[in-house]
Write a protein that binds this ligand. Structure first.
Ligand code: GDP
Length: 474
């Protein structure tokens, strides 16, 4: 690779390496300093591509207030299986004015946009569920502004409903509840509202600030009310964006298509995407050859929050990868090479299991002056989970605040791992184990699971960590 970059013969590079006392073969990896020395010796000028170089190109500018325009909210739908997420997404699609007027049918591209009669718009992520949501977060993507939790009126709050609530909360996203299937007989809305209360979602009529909208996806009842609620929350969030300046966004989904090459659905989060732009998305790149909107219509510009399919990337990036526009293909290749190299180095580096203390230190985010410990608790029975939670909450929290992202009965599943990864949390397992998929995933993602069978030991560990995390007294 190095020889190729310098247009030198591989043999000459190896010879120079030997002169430095390094016996290397062609596919061997050498460190950056050695590479620089070799290149300079051979009469080349070296420019190291560092993350900072990359960031200089990629990090967004500071926007001026006058450049900011209001933008459409981006919404993800979550909830327990069979409570009607897909049905609701489909029903909401049918309220789009643009598709009604032009006869254009909304395609499944991973996200779609609904425009109301008064011109206001909402962008929906078309892949429901909290696992996809947190999976994207693990790549650093903050896509969603508002989460709609769907609860079936005839079934009430279920384990996955609680998971969804906690995944949304861990991401600090505003929650709206849609109670679905209200067309069914014997629906008791008050009971569901009361149950929501125990999970910290207090309905407005009970004095809280959670908007709850009863709907029927099947009979298309109250879809307008749900949209109104979303737009109301969006207004309160004061969502704004600069249509000019640097362009960046996030990959929603991507695939290879026969005859078309790579097709990636992206959402522009700032700036404006244009046909012909050179895109870097994660470790993939390419020049945009064509853009389609969610109605399958070819477009040449995509402003923020408009989902578009782009054609022309060399390979399919992953959902949640961030993308940026760069000025030429060489720059794109440099960035991608750098990222691939970085990933390789990380993989090669011997991963040493850090001590619990170090792990917490790494995991802790600083919120104001108080450090935070994000924790997920899984236990064998309700009683023990409750006991752990209440004991943890009783620990003095002057400088370190424990943040319990999720607590549940049952073995550790993949969804727990995605949540832990996305939030840098660790998992405390009390008398439960991880299922095998979750275990593989935890290993790959380096999520730490700590097993306990005595509450006292668990608390002791946490106390230790908290004392280790306290800031030194100056
Ligand atoms: P998901 O698993 O959450 O995506 O749920 P689906 O959208 O697949 O819906 C599960 C089942 O509930 C399907 O049989 C739907 O027809 C049904 N369903 C969805 N919404 C409603 C509704 O508003 N009323 C009634 N009666 N059934 C519904």
């Amino acid at each position: 690779d190095l020889a190729g970059k310098m247009s030198e013969r591989v043999a000459d590079v190896i010879k120079e390496l030997m002169r430095l006392g390094i016996i290397a073969t062609a596919p061997q990896t050498i460190d950056a300093d050695t590479a620089e020395l070799i290149a300079t010796t051979l009469g080349h000028t070296v420019k190291r591509v560092q993350e900072s170089d990359v960031e200089n190109i990629l990090i967004s500018e500071v926007d001026k207030e006058e450049d900011l325009k209001p933008r459409a909210p981006i919404v993800t739908i979550m909830g327990h299986v069979d409570h009607g997420k897909t049905s609701l997404l489909d029903a909401l699609k049918s309220t789009d004015l643009a598709s009604k007027e032009a006869g254009g049918i909304t395609q499944h591209i991973g996200a779609y946009r609904v425009t109301l009669e008064d011109g206001r718009a909402i962008t929906f992520i078309d892949t429901p569920g909290h696992e996809a949501f947190s999976e994207m977060r693990t790549r650093g993507a903050k896509v969603t502004d508002i989460v709609v939790i769907v609860v079936a009126a005839d079934d009430g709050i279920k384990p996955q409903t609680i998971e969804a609530i906690n995944h949304a909360r861990a991401a600090n996203v505003t929650i709206i509840v849609a109670i679905n299937k209200i067309d069914k007989p014997n629906v008791n809305l008050d009971k569901i509202k009361n149950d929501l209360l125990t999970h910290g979602l207090v309905a407005e009529d009970l004095g809280g600030d959670t908007i709850i909208v009863p709907v029927s996806a099947l009979k298309k009842v109250n879809l307008d009310k749900l949209e109104e609620a979303i737009l109301l929350v969006a207004e309160m969030l004061d969502l704004k964006v600069n249509h000019g300046g640097l362009t960046a966004g996030v990959v929603i989904e991507a695939r290879m298509e026969k005859g078309k090459g790579t097709v990636a659905t992206v959402l522009v989060q700032r700036g404006t995407l244009r046909n012909g732009d050179i895109v870097v998305a994660g470790t993939k790149y390419g020049k945009i050859k064509r853009m389609n909107n969610d109605k399958g219509v070819e477009i040449s510009i995509a402003p923020p929050t408009i989902p578009v399919e782009i054609y022309g990337l060399n390979e399919a990036p992953r959902a949640g990868d961030q993308f940026n526009i760069v000025s030429n293909e060489k720059q794109a290749r440099d960035i991608v090479d750098y990222r691939i190299r970085l990933a390789k180095e990380k993989k090669i580096a011997v991963v040493q299991r850090s001590s619990l203390e170090e792990l917490f230190l790494k995991a802790s985010g600083v919120v104001g002056l108080v450090k935070e410990l994000p924790i997920i608790i899984k236990g064998d029975v309700h009683g023990s989970v409750e006991a752990i939670v209440s004991s943890l909450q009783k620990l003095p929290a002057e400088e370190v605040k424990i943040r319990i992202l999720h607590q549940a009965v049952g073995s550790i599943a993949e969804s727990d791992i995605t949540l832990a990864k996305a939030s840098n949390a660790i998992i405390l397992a009390f008398n439960v184990r991880a299922n095998s998929n979750a275990l593989t995933m935890a290993d790959k993602e380096q999520v730490d699971i700590r097993y306990y069978s005595i509450i006292y030991n668990l608390l002791d560990d946490i106390k230790l960590v908290m004392s280790g995390m306290l800031s030194p007294i100056i």
